[in-house]
Design a binder for this molecule. Structure first.
Ligand SMILES: NC(=O)c1ccc[n+]([C@@H]2O[C@H](COP(=O)([O-])OP(=O)(O)OC[C@H]3O[C@@H](n4cnc5c(N)ncnc54)[C@H](O)[C@@H]3O)[C@@H](O)[C@H]2O)c1
Ligand SMILES: O=C(O)C(=O)C[C@@H](O)[C@H](O)[C@H](O)COP(=O)(O)O
Ligand SMILES: [Zn+2]
Length: 368
């Protein structure tokens, strides 16, 4: 069992990690059920595999509940579903001091968090993440959003949950491909500033991907602690510290846009390819040893994650990918700050990157 505090003044909250916590959720979440009632939003797969556990626990504690079940997948992060969730919360008579539960992966967490930020100008929400990606990354930190025609997460808000409840055993029903996608965001913490954790991933990644409980819990606890520390330092991504969490995402979001935010390329898979590209781009600029870029590429491939444009199912020009990047939220004064690396565990934000060089690099990558 681990508890991590996200320290944000009056918006501080705890992230509670405990195997089996979902079966005790009624008791653990009771303090947030102000009127003895929760509205839970989830998706169809989680409704089938994990909702029965939460619902039984709420029943056992005498907490009334209503549930809204959305379709699964990235396309659920849409204006239409934002309207559907907010309409349902209004129908259910949710008040500002009530708490909505987001039960699911990053898609549900991002969408429901955004809906909660808008409902009567903000009601409480609890994240109960059920994918590895959501447990190590998206449930913590308060970035909420939907996708639009122009790109990824372009409409959203910083809006913190009041609590995060993580039960690693919910991952027992998650598919191998989705576990792999979450693993990319685990590896990210090692690559950002924790080379010893990257070493740990090289040794223990296979066990984690196989669902070995100890490896899984260590990865979740380490990732949540890293994310809480970074978010605590720079909640709204203004100082440059939080931008480190965007390693691989400028390339990755462009790859997701190119594949139409579809099942062809999951977010975590796009991030894996994006991190490999960021390391090889850094090596091509002479910033990072080629051996480190090779090590990153090899580790992601060993985890069956894509590490090249071809492996990410993207066959387009550097210019087309850079055009997607111009929507990146890090754009500042017409320039795009890039996350580059001097080596494993030495990521930094470079504000002077020439987009022409990015374009030429991506064109050269098409041959791989
Ligand atoms: N807010 C943030 O800080 C942040 C961070 C990282 C990623 N994200 C966002 O998260 C999203 C990706 O999240 P994701 O990878 O969790 O995808 P997801 O939410 O689409 O879940 C992946 C799939 O797994 C299914 N699923 C979820 N839990 C399950 C379980 N326990 N058993 C069986 N099936 C289960 C879902 O139904 C879905 O089909 C992207 O939109 C990304 O932009 C946000
Ligand atoms: O929490 C953050 O900050 C992150 O950047 C985490 C990322 O893994 C996540 O995908 C996030 O949603 C990307 O944010 P965006 O601002 O680039 O949309
Ligand atoms: Zn991400």
């Amino acid at each position: 069992m681990t508890d991590v505090r996200v320290a944000l003044g009056e918006r501080s909250y705890d992230v509670h990690v405990e195997a089996g916590a979902l079966d005790r959720a009624g008791e653990l979440l009771k303090p947030f059920a102000k009127r003895g009632r929760f509205v839970v939003v989830t998706d169809e797969n989680v409704a089938r595999d994990q909702w029965p556990r939460l619902s039984a626990s709420l029943d056992a504690t005498g907490i009334a509940h209503a549930i809204e079940i959305l379709p699964a997948g990235e396309s659920t992060k849409s204006w239409a579903n934002l309207a559907r969730v907010t309409d349902r919360l209004l129908e259910e008579g949710v008040e500002r001091s009530d708490t909505v539960i987001a039960l699911g992966g990053g898609v549900i967490g991002d969408l429901v968090g955004f809906a909660a930020s808008m409902l009567k100008r903000g009601c409480n929400f609890v994240q109960v993440p059920t994918t590895l990606l959501a447990q190590v990354d998206s449930s913590v930190g308060g970035k909420t959003a939907i996708n639009t025609k122009a790109g990824k997460n372009l409409i959203g808000a910083f809006y913190q949950p009041v609590h995060v409840l993580i039960d690693p055993t919910t991952l027992d029903t998650l598919g191998r491909r989705e576990v792999g996608a979450g693993y990319a965001e685990v590896v990210k913490y090692g690559l950002i500033d924790d080379p010893a954790f990257f070493d740990w991933c090289e040794v223990n990644g296979p066990a984690l991907l196989d669902g070995e409980a100890q490896a899984r819990e260590h990865a979740i606890a380490t990732s949540v602690a890293a994310k809480a520390r970074i978010v605590g330092e720079d909640e709204r991504e203004t100082s440059g510290t939080r931008a480190l969490l965007n390693l691989g995402h400028t390339f990755g979001h462009a790859l997701e846009a190119e594949t139409g935010f579809s099942d062809v390329l999951l977010h975590g898979e796009a991030v894996a390819a994006g991190m490999a590209l960021a390391f090889r781009f850094s090596a091509s600029l002479g910033l990072c040893p080629a051996a480190d870029a090779d090590r990153v590429t090899a580790h992601l491939r060993a985890a069956q994650l894509p590490a090249t444009l071809r492996e990410a199912h993207v066959d387009t020009t550097g210019a087309a990918l850079v055009a997607h990047m111009l929507h990146d939220k890090k754009m500042e004064g017409g320039r795009l700050p890039f996350l580059l690396a001097r080596g494993i565990g030495q990521t930094f934000l470079d504000k002077q990157v020439d987009l022409g060089a990015v374009e030429r690099f991506l064109d050269s990558e098409r041959a791989l």
